[in-house]
Design a protein around this ligand. Structure first.
Ligand code: CTP
Length: 411
C-alpha cells in the first residue's frame, strides 16, 4: 500500500525559517504536516521569533535541533553542528531542498532585500542553493506600505517565491490583508509546487463529476446531493501530476484549474453524449459523477400548475448506464467506477466491478462518519482484480491522490 508520502514528500528536506510575527504559532502545525508527510524537517528561528513560540516545541515536533543564534551558547538547541560553527549556516543552506520562511515579517523581508545577514536565519537565506519561499504575514498597513511592496516585488524578481497573505482578522483586531494563510495551504503549495509526482505526464484522463438533473417540467427537476467535490479533486490531482484532463460535470458550484478541459452538462443523456465524444482517446476514465438512474418519462415544457390537480404521478424510465457502456466498449483505457452502497457493500461493489468490466471500483458508504456528499472527507474501499483494501478517513484530495496511485499500480 502506498502512502501519501510516496507521492513526493518522503525524505525531502524542508528547512523552515520562523521570523518574529504573531502567526509564528501556526508553524507548529506546519512542521507537523511536513513531518506527517514523511519529510525531514529542520527549523531555524530569529531571536524575535522565540518570543512568540517555543523552540522546544518546534524541536520536539520536527524531531531535530532548532537553531537561533549564529554564535550559539550553551542554551542553544543545537548539538551536532557546534564543532563547525564557521560553516554552520552554509551546511543548513546546502542541506535543504526547500527553505520556507513563515511568517516572514516586514523587517526580515526588508533585510533580505538589502542583503543583511545579521542573524542565523538570514545568513542561511544567502547560503541556500534551494528555492526560498516567503510567506509574508503582518498588519495590513505594514503589508501595503509601498516599501514592503517594493521589497516583495524585488525579491520575486530575484527568484524568491512568495505565498501571498490572505484577508481576515489580524492580531491587532483589525480586519484586512496580511493574515498568514493556514498551514495546510502553505503545505499544499510546497508539496504541489516542488514535490508532486509527474507520473501522469502524457496521459489522457477523463473524469466525470457532480450530479445530473432530470427535468420534470420547465422549472423543476429531480437530482441528488452530489457536490462534485470528489470528481473535481481527482481531476485536479491528475492535472497536477501531469495529465491531460477532460472534466465532464453536472451542475456544481466548483471551479477547475486553468488548463483542465471542462464540459458542463445537465442531464444523464447529455453526460452520455459528451462522454461518447471523448472516451476513445483516453488512457484512464474515472466515473465519479452521481448519474441519476432514472428520468421522468414525460417532461412538461411548461410549468405544471397546482390548481388543476390534487396530486399527480410521474413515471420514470431508466437512464443509460454510462459506466456499463464504457466497460462494454473498453479499448486501451483503464476504467474506474464508484459504488455508493449502504448495505452488503463489498458484495454489491464486487458485482458492479464485474458487470461493468472495471479495473478499479471505489466503494463508499454515505452513512459512514466522514463520508458522503457535500463534505471534504471520505472513507473509501478499493476493489480490484486482486482483492480489496479499506482506507482510513481522509480528505477528498488525499483520496484522489490515492486513487491515481492505485490506477498506476494496476497493469
Ligand atoms: N453510473 C453511470 N450511469 C448511471 C448510473 C451510474 O455511469 N446511469 C456510474 C456512476 O458514475 C458510478 C457507478 O456507475 O461510477 C456506480 O454508480 P452507483 O449509483 O453506485 O450504482 P448503479 O450502477 O447506479 O446501481 P444502484 O444504484 O442500483 O446501486
Amino acid at each position: 500500500m502506498k502512502s501519501l508520502s510516496d507521492i513526493g514528500m518522503k525524505d525531502k528536506k524542508i528547512l523552515i525559517g520562523i521570523t518574529g510575527g504573531i502567526s509564528s504559532y501556526k508553524i507548529c502545525n506546519l512542521v507537523r504536516l511536513f513531518v506527517k508527510a514523511g519529510a525531514d524537517v529542520k527549523v531555524v528561528m530569529t531571536p524575535s521569533a522565540v518570543k512568540f513560540v517555543s523552540p522546544l516545541t518546534l524541536s520536539v515536533l520536527s524531531k531535530n535541533d532548532v537553531v537561533i543564534n549564529t554564535f550559539p551558547d550553551i542554551h542553544d538547541y543545537s548539538k551536532a553542528e557546534k564543532s563547525a560553527l564557521s560553516t554552520w549556516h552554509v551546511n543548513y543552506g546546502l542541506w535543504a531542498d526547500v527553505f520556507v520562511i513563515a511568517p516572514a515579517t516586514a523587517n526580515s523581508i526588508a533585510k533580505i532585500e538589502a542583503g543583511i545577514c545579521d542573524n542565523f536565519l538570514l545568513c542561511t537565506v544567502f547560503a541556500a542553493r534551494c528555492p526560498v519561499v516567503l510567506v509574508p504575514s503582518m498588519d495590513e498597513d505594514m503589508f501595503n506600505h509601498r516599501i514592503t511592496q517594493r521589497n516583495i516585488e524585488s525579491l520575486k524578481k530575484n527568484d524568491f517565491i512568495v505565498i501571498n497573505p490572505v484577508y481576515g482578522e489580524l492580531a491587532s483586531g483589525l480586519i484586512g490583508m496580511g493574515k498568514m494563510p493556514e498551514p495546510e495551504t502553505v503545505f499544499s503549495f510546497v508539496k504541489n509546487h516542488f514535490f508532486t509526482a509527474r507520473d501522469f505526464l502524457g496521459k489522457k484522463i477523463l473524469v466525470t463529476a457532480g450530479p445530473t438533473r432530470e427535468p420534470v417540467d420547465a422549472v423543476r427537476f429531480i437530482s441528488n446531493y452530489s457536490s462534485g467535490k470528489m470528481g473535481f479533486e481527482i481531476a485536479e490531482a491528475a492535472f497536477k501530476r501531469g495529465a491531460d484532463v477532460t472534466l465532464i460535470t453536472g451542475p456544481v458550484t466548483l471551479k477547475e484549474s486553468e488548463g483542465i478541459k471542462r464540459y458542463d452538462v445537465k442531464t444523464a443523456d447529455e453526460m452520455f453524449i459528451e462522454v461518447k465524444k471523448h472516451f476513445r482517446k483516453q488512457d484512464v476514465i474515472v466515473m465519479a459523477s452521481a448519474v441519476s438512474d432514472f428520468k421522468p418519462l414525460d417532461k412538461s415544457d411548461k410549468k405544471i400548475k397546482k390548481d388543476k390537480k390534487e396530486n399527480f404521478k410521474v413515471e420514470f424510465v431508466k437512464n443509460p448506464d454510462i459506466l456499463k457502456f464504457l466497460g462494454d466498449n473498453k479499448k486501451k483505457f483503464k476504467l474506474v467506477g464508484f459504488a455508493l452502497e449502504t448495505d452488503d457493500e463489498l458484495i454489491n461493489a464486487r458485482k458492479k466491478f464485474k458487470i461493468k468490466n472495471l479495473d478499479l471500483i471505489v466503494l463508499n458508504n454515505p452513512l459512514d462518519e466522514g463520508a458522503g456528499f457535500e463534505i471534504d472527507t471520505n472513507v473509501v474501499t478499493f476493489l480490484d482484480m486482486k482483492g480489496y483494501e479499506k482506507l482510513p478517513l481522509m480528505s477528498k484530495s488525499e483520496v484522489a491522490d490515492r486513487i491515481l496511485s492505485k490506477i498506476n499500480e494496476i497493469n
